[in-house]
Ligand binder design. Sequence first.
Ligand code: GUN
Length: 338
Amino acid sequence: MSMRVRKKPPFCRFQHVNTDKLYVCRQAFTPCSPPLSKAELAATMRDLMNTKTSAQILNGKALATRMRGALTKEVAELTEKHGRAPGLAVILVGDDPASQVYVRNKTSGCEKMGVVSFSHYLPADTTQQHLLGLISELNADPKVDGILVQLPVPEHINPDSLIEAIDPGKDVDGFHPYNVGRLAARKPALRSCTPFGCMKLLEETGIDLHGKECVVVGASNIVGRPMALELLLAGATVTVAHKFTQDLQSHVERADIVVAAAGKQGLIKGAWIKPGATVIDVGIHRLEDGSLTGDVEFAAAAERAAWITPVPGGVGPMTITMLLANTVEAFKAHLGDK
Ligand code: GUN
């Protein structure tokens, strides 16, 4: 009886290919065992051609452009139908340069979309009483659908009392306790812009958030807390880490979704990211060379994550887009055009 002698197994450059997560082992020239047949090899090579060795970029700029295009069309139709454009009033107190840039971006975003902006640039020594009077006028102004007070405000101003003075139907920042409460009660009305933008980015991944381990790093009223409520509403299992959290690393390491909103450059180490996780970086910090970076070590995190937002071009453009979307929603509600 003749025996077929099998050739020595070929050497394979890839120790293994896990097609579930599509990790590629970088250890070269490790023998395959058992050897792959021609068909298996061809299939494996096909898989590898589609394999990503680093994360896909969640492009907030592209999504924002798409959304703003649709909103611009909607604003034109609504303006034609109702004989007036949506109006957004922006209040800026003082001369903080970063706030000036944000406000300029918000008002120019409005104008490009056909939303009318009413800017109120006030000196740093403006009184609380004056601001409350202005908010009261804007609440009563039928041309104004949205009101926002750019934060932070100077030390002598109580921001909470200003936010609470805004008509909740015009609170396009979604900061009023009524709107935060609506989100907490699973009946969202006007939603905080940055978390709402993060949810739109997560939608782009197609990931079903039900039961996913989500870790939000940062517990601010503007981002961390409403972000946790958004994720909870989407059925995720949510942990909020904050300045008193012990062992942040252990929380981040088990997260399927990480939302970094601590405001600390590079706080989240790339090596902490669970392979295949999604990373949303809300942080934005200017480095000495003028470049921008986030709360996450981007390059190292991108080696492990399946999806990651860049800084800039991730969450930032979405925040203003959601403000414009909220302004259009408030406009429709005021006109009974739901
Ligand atoms: N300051 C930083 N972010 C925001 C924001 O989303 N809205 C307002 N009003 N102020 C901010």
